[in-house]
Every structure is written in C-alpha cells, then in structure tokens.
Design a protein around this ligand. Structure first.
Ligand SMILES: C[S@@+](CC[C@H](N)C(=O)[O-])C[C@H]1O[C@@H](n2cnc3c(N)ncnc32)[C@H](O)[C@@H]1O
Length: 193
C-alpha cells in the first residue's frame, strides 16, 4: 500500500469495523504474520522501510490469503503522523527496534520523547503500546520515555502475545535479558498539577 499524506480509512481499507493495530518496523514480518493469523478479528498495518522485508511479508500475505494485514513501505513516524487518525489505534507494536548501541548514535533510536508523544496521541483510550528489546539500556530508555509521557500509564500485558522471533532468539543466545514493555493510553488525560 503506498504512503500518502492523507488519513487512512480502515473501514474502507479492510471493508469492516475492527480494532486496528499498527506495527513499527516489521522486519521480515514473521511476527507480524503470526499475530495477524492468530487474530482474524483484528486488522493490522505493518510499516517497514526495508524492501526485502516488505517483499517477503507481501508474499506471505498472498500465500496465506490473509485479509486482515496490509503493509506500507515508508518511514513509520511519517505514516503515524499523516495517515493515522488521533485516538484510533487499539495497539502499536514495536518489536526489537534497531538498538543503535553506540552512545553517539542513541539519538537515532525510535523511542524518544517526541515519538512517544506521537504514538500515545494515535492510540485510542485504553490502547496499548507494546515494545520489546534485548538491549538492557534501551529497555531502560523505553521505560523512562514512556513513563514520562503524560498520556500513557504502565500496564502488565499487551493487546496480544508476542511470538518469539530471530531477534528474541539471538538475545537469548547472547545472554541478553529480553524485556517487553506495555504502556496504555489513559482513559482521561491526567489532571494538571
Ligand atoms: C532490528 S529489526 C526488527 C524487525 C522485527 N520487528 C523483528 O522483531 O523481527 C528493526 C526494523 O525496523 C525497521 N525500521 C527502522 N526504522 C524504521 C522507521 N522509521 N520506519 C519503519 N521501519 C523502520 C528496520 O528497517 C528494521 O527492519
């Protein structure tokens, strides 16, 4: 599906009204595919910049004749900004975002204050952002950034379970602790202090 600076209409796109989950950086799409197959009652939009990953997921969608999953090859933050209505998403999935381990590259990490505010704004009240990483200092950064976002509050679980992927397996092999973080859009904005 092409990127456009126009709000996406999920009812039109999927031909029904259903919860909508957006994935940022779907990679080769194994997790995306497994989750979409396990949840036919939910619609999914996966966003990825890497061409071969997008191609592989598109092939899988065709092979499996999946009607509840679409892919956009574009920068996920621009898609969120321009194509997704505020207060609309049941969940945002951010699984193993690029860790940018060198300190001087930390500014390239996706989980930053401004991006967390954008994600929070796009979630429906009660919608959940579910992020996973095997990099302890990134997990710490995610925890701090999401906790500092006034529209979000921590919760114990996500919208769906996250199947293991090669990144999870690699983390386990290297002895990196795996962290899943869940933050929910508050029903009401917190009272001003
Ligand atoms: C380490 S991979 C993880 C892939 C997948 N989530 C998984 O768990 O297997 C991170 C992915 O995020 C993608 N990515 C990074 N920044 C992005 C952005 N701004 N918009 C869309 N995709 C992005 C990269 O191309 C890469 O495929």
């Amino acid at each position: 599906m092409p990127f456009a600076e126009r709000l996406l209409n999920p009812h039109e796109l999927f031909g029904r009204a259903a919860p909508l989950v957006l994935e940022i950086g779907s990679g080769m799409g194994e997790t995306t595919l497994a989750i979409a197959k396990a949840h036919p009652e939910t619609d999914f939009v996966a966003i990825e910049v890497h061409g071969p990953g997008v191609g592989s997921l598109l092939n899988a969608i065709q092979r499996e004749t999946l009607a509840n999953l679409r892919v956009i090859r574009h920068d996920a933050l621009e898609v969120l900004e321009h194509m997704i209505a505020d207060d609309s998403l049941a969940a945002i999935h951010l699984f193993f975002p690029d860790p940018w381990p060198k300190t001087r590259h930390h500014k390239r990490r996706l989980v930053q204050r401004q991006n967390a505010a954008l994600m929070a704004r796009k979630l429906a009240p009660g919608g959940v952002v579910h992020a996973a990483t095997d990099w302890p200092d990134y997990a710490e950064q995610m925890q701090q950034v999401f906790a500092a976002e006034p529209l979000l509050e921590p919760v114990a679980r996500g919208f769906t379970a996250r199947p293991a992927t090669k990144f999870a397996a690699r983390g386990a092999r290297l002895g990196h602790p795996l962290r899943d973080l869940y933050f929910r859009r508050r029903q009401k904005p917190p009272a001003a202090r």
